[in-house]
Design a protein around this ligand. Sequence first.
Ligand code: NAD
Ligand code: IPM
Ligand code: MN
Length: 378
Amino acid sequence: MDYDISVIPGDGIGPEVVGQALKVMNKAAQRFGFGLKINQLPYGANHYLKTGVILPEEAFSELSSTKAMLLGAIGDPRVAMGPLEQELLLALRFRFDLYVNLRPAKSFPNVKIPINTVPDGEILDLLVVRENTEDFYMGLGGLGQGGYQGSIKAKRGLYHLEGSVKIDLSPKTDLAFSLGLISAPAAQRVAEKAFTLAKQRGAKHLHVASKANAVPQLYGFWDEQVNQVAKNHPDIALKRLNVDNLCYQLPRAPMDFGVILCPNLFGDIVSDLASSLIGGLGLAPSANLGDHLAMFEPVHGSAPDIAGTGKANPIAATLSGSLLLNHLGQSQAAQAIERAVKDYLSQGLDLPFELGGQASVEKVGQILSLALETMPIK
Ligand code: NAD
Ligand code: IPM
Ligand code: MN
């Protein structure tokens, strides 16, 4: 059996880590008797600088025929920050209505954690469930001089939005604004997913991040929607925290947390924090899920500071590949990749630079591929 998957390696360390992830995924596929037909797409900064096009309309139709895609990272210092990320990465999330962003952060034996709060022999197992379509990611905003007047427009899987904004500032000064929006169905569907995942893990509680104290319209509404959904799950205690307090509590007592539901922006931030608690961004995978296509990507970005040096850790991309294979129904292959990563990190030999070793991105890929090749399989 062959699976069609689309791959956008993207920018910076994206192609480096995706190259290794694909190598490992292909080895796993070989071992478990299936094939991966990879449709590699060139989008990213280089393509944009060459053609002036970020993501053509044909790409959406091409992608909609595949069940899953893997993305490296988007963002390049030669291009202004924003448009590339918005019109490529965020556009994919929104157009395919990938409304859930799962960001597990699971620690590994013998991987040093910067703060010493995970007891020896125990595993920190966090799962950030991030709303992935709304909040301050609506792309609604503008710049004005003395005020602003203009129309706003957005499209999501759940709705079309059109309106206008008029702002007068007195005295007149330059301004920028951005609108956050949370709709009831978008908040409720991700909350439902978080409760379901918490239940699957046998969790007794679910944490939810909010900030209704400072932004009551938006996050007070978010709280109400989550509370509504909580009524269907009386066996799971909902623990609400303001996101600032969450960022304080999480590093102090990470073992008290499991599934953490977040609105989009806080989810972005909290998932980087969570990755730090397990040893680094290079270990943190993610899945963008909707009802159709799913997109898998490391939590990290294009890391321009280390791009081209060989110092990138490909494990986050590789584990994203494992989540992808699991999504395709190849759970044994997915677990084999997880096992290879776990064994490799437990041995503590030839570690990636991020974890204090000297193994290049290529070398880590080789080690994991070899492990997949030789691993005993029941
Ligand atoms: P970043 O995640 O790229 O890097 C943050 C830090 O983590 C850097 O010091 C980097 O060297 C390190 N790091 C990240 N991944 C690593 C890995 N695999 N191995 C070892 N070290 C790793 O965040 P940033 O610097 O804020 O962003 C750089 C660019 O990436 C920006 O253009 C940003 O918009 C973009 N970005 C894209 C995505 C994405 O495509 N999903 C995610 C985050 C940031
Ligand atoms: C991420 C990134 C993106 C986000 C950026 C690049 C738009 O930080 O995937 O975590 O904010 O979602
Ligand atoms: Mn991020």
